[in-house]
Design a protein around this ligand. Structure first.
Ligand code: FAD
Ligand code: NAG
Ligand code: NAG
Ligand code: NAG
Ligand code: NAG
Ligand code: NAG
Ligand code: NAG
Ligand code: NAG
Length: 523
């Protein structure tokens, strides 16, 4: 794709400032030519020699593993301020023969929005973050560069009885989160984010700005869970707000193995996915020290769209093993529950959700799995032993059911709906920057993942696309065969339709990344 001569020059670009300077010059010239004369586009292009380059690059790195001196760096960072800048950036990046990596909130677990082994530019969407809410229609247009925290905050300023079923971390970006099919703690009541999207605007490979009407239903389907970056640059989504009661209830409950935690987990597996859809009970399973002994700690973190009295009554019936009392519950407004879920101190003002917290990240690795039939008590006890041996990585169980089981697997690219009891997130984080610690931590997570083989979905062993995991497969040459390896894990039978859409809208595969959808016609 890149002319060989240019590639050879760039291969060496750190020692050859002239090469990157000339790329910068050609790109800027093209951009200027594509823009109105009154528009000074030089202010949206950062060469790697620019004094702001490093701080802009780091601002939305959310995995410290990809913040080292050996991490591949973009030749140029583009920071569009208007939609027309995005069109021009696509046309001109293609012109000068560079891969474009699109970044909104930067939360990709494998850093695919800001790193690449191919010479690349970053298209950084953080300026395109406007949010406009129409309370009559109960909808909002949200710029791709907005964060979920900004969306939640904006809704709360308009209404106490509306919300949006998005992810729980306020700094996650709308562009990656919604295009990938993200979810939050109202998943059982309202499904995924993408089940609540009614329109979108995208810039395609020709630089055209298209809304739902203009792009057609196939592409609109694809960018609701198939990942935006395979198809173009998402500018914004129009989402449907959902009703929330004025009072919601949260609780957090802990149990150790010595307190019959195994019985509780066993029951949770069938109760959490089948109980009232107003209730989401996440379960954390972690090795933990207690009385000087490594054991397993279970934590249930729950959000209920209703008051404490009715929640206590519900769980007396559905999960008496928990013994939940009203004193264990806290009632609050929905926006406070967003803060509570993120461990903000009691009484924190909702505008804390506007804090973007730039240039702040742990070292981390995540993986995912789906459980379709309950794990036996013997199986659980065997698993606890393995987890205690490993000592560190934890599991997060996220129950499905409710609305998720009502939506057809083909309605959006995300197929893992009816038939799944819960999704597992494998989680490990660390703070030491040494290679050795990273290797060790990832190795332990991989061992835990392999121990789980007999308990989880197979043929294919499914994975959740927003929990990006490069171990699911990498696309090096853009071929269908390579893409299919991870494609069926994330999208199952919907992979083929995604390939059809890709073939129609970007047959030359300009919008490539390590886990993008390949076009047909490449072997
Ligand atoms: C701390 C943390 C908490 C999380 N919590 C949740 C959660 O509660 N629920 C959940 O479902 N997921 C969660 N995730 C995962 C998250 O949803 C995904 O990583 C999501 O892709 C992040 O979106 P982003 O815009 O921040 O990421 P980015 O890294 O900017 O982008 C992710 C991917 O989307 C592409 N992309 C980004 N913007 C655009 C655009 N405008 N047009 C086209 N393609 C684009 C990128 O190129 C990349 O491939 C969490 C991740 C982290 C790090
Ligand atoms: C400027 O853009 C036009 C199309 O918009 C194109 O025909 C022309 O070749 C461009 N000129 C340069 C110098 O890039
Ligand atoms: C650095 O980039 C900014 C745009 O963000 C631009 O305004 C400025 O002129 C650049 N500085 C240099 C020295 O090129
Ligand atoms: C409820 O609170 C009581 C008193 O603090 C505590 O002993 C009990 O473990 C809690 N129950 C749950 C389910 O958290
Ligand atoms: C939060 O603070 C308020 C007032 O300071 C108090 O009434 C309430 O009980 C507190 N809630 C929790 C969960 O601590
Ligand atoms: C990246 O590393 C630098 C030190 O080299 C540090 O100051 C910065 O906070 C780090 N940022 C992230 C996002 O890890
Ligand atoms: C980080 O890990 C390395 C290798 O295991 C170790 O030598 C070093 O002391 C650790 N650093 C810190 C600050 O813990
Ligand atoms: C791409 O790689 C795959 C797997 O390594 C190989 O089977 C295929 O032939 C390659 N295709 C092209 C077009 O290079």
């Amino acid at each position: 794709m890149l002319p060989l001569v240019l590639f050879l020059v760039l291969f060496n670009f750190s020692s050859s400032r002239a090469a990157s300077d000339s790329v910068y010059e050609s790109f800027l010239q093209c951009l200027t030519n594509q823009s109105k004369p009154s528009d000074d586009v030089s202010k949206i292009v950062l060469a790697n020699s620019n004094s702001s380059y490093t701080s802009v690059l780091r601002a939305y790195i959310r995995n410290a593993r990809f913040n080292s001196s050996s991490t591949p760096k973009p030749v140029i960072i583009i920071t569009p301020e208007q939609e027309s800048h995005v069109s021009a950036a696509v046309i001109c990046s293609k012109n000068v023969g560079f891969q474009l990596k699109i970044r909104s909130g930067g939360h990709d677990y494998e850093g695919l929005s800001y790193i690449s082994d191919r010479p690349f530019f970053i298209l950084d969407m953080f300026n395109l973050r406007s949010i406009s809410i129409d309370m009559k229609e109960e909808t909002a247009w949200v710029g791709a560069g907005a964060t979920l925290g900004e969306l939640f905050y904006s809704i709360s300023q308009k209404s106490k009885v509306h919300g949006f079923p998005g992810g729980v971390c306020p700094t996650v970006g709308v562009g990656g989160h919604i295009s990938g099919g993200g979810y939050g703690n109202m998943i059982r009541k309202y499904g995924l984010t993408v089940d609540n999207v009614v329109d979108a605007k995208i810039v395609d490979v020709k630089g055209r700005i298209l809304d739902r009407n203009g792009m057609g239903e196939d592409l609109f389907w694809a960018i609701r869970g198939g990942g935006g970056a395979s198809f173009g640059v998402v500018l914004s989504y129009k989402v449907k707000l959902v009703p929330v009661p004025e009072t919601v209830t949260v609780f957090r409950a802990e149990r150790f193995l010595a307190e019959k935690a195994t019985d509780l987990v066993f029951r949770w597996q069938t109760v959490a996915p089948t109980t009232d859809p107003n209730l989401f009970m996440r379960m954390l399973v972690q090795p933990s020290r207690r009385n000087n002994e490594l054991t397993i700690k279970i934590t249930i973190v729950a959000m209920y769209l209703g008051n404490a009295d009715s929640l206590v009554k519900l769980l007396e019936k559905d999960l008496p093993e928990l013994g939940l009392k009203k004193e264990n519950c806290t009632e609050m407004g929905w926006i406070q529950s967003v803060l509570w879920w993120n461990n903000f101190e009691n009484g924190t003002s909702p505008d804390a959700l506007l804090n973007r917290d730039p240039d702040n990240a742990d070292f981390l690795k995540r993986k995912s799995d789906y459980v379709q039939k309950p794990i036996s008590k013997d199986g659980l006890e065997w698993l606890w032993k393995r987890m205690i041996e490993l000592g560190r990585p934890g599991l997060v169980f996220n129950p499905y059911g409710g609305r998720m089981a009502e939506i057809k697997a083909t309605d959006t690219p995300m197929p893992h709906r009816a038939g799944n009891l819960f999704k597992i997130q494998y989680s490990t984080s660390w703070t030491n920057s040494s290679e050795e610690v990273a290797k060790n931590s990832i190795n332990m997570l991989n061992r835990l993942h392999s121990y789980m083989t007999g308990f989880v979905s197979k043929n294919p062993r499914s994975a959740f696309f927003p929990y990006r995991d490069i171990d699911n497969g990498i696309n090096k040459n853009g071929s269908y065969e390579e893409g299919k390896v991870y494609g069926v894990k994330y999208f199952n039978d919907n992979f083929e339709r995604l390939v059809d859409v890709k073939t129609a809208v970007d047959p030359e595969n300009y919008f490539w990344n390590e886990q993008s959808i390949p076009p047909r016609g490449t072997t």
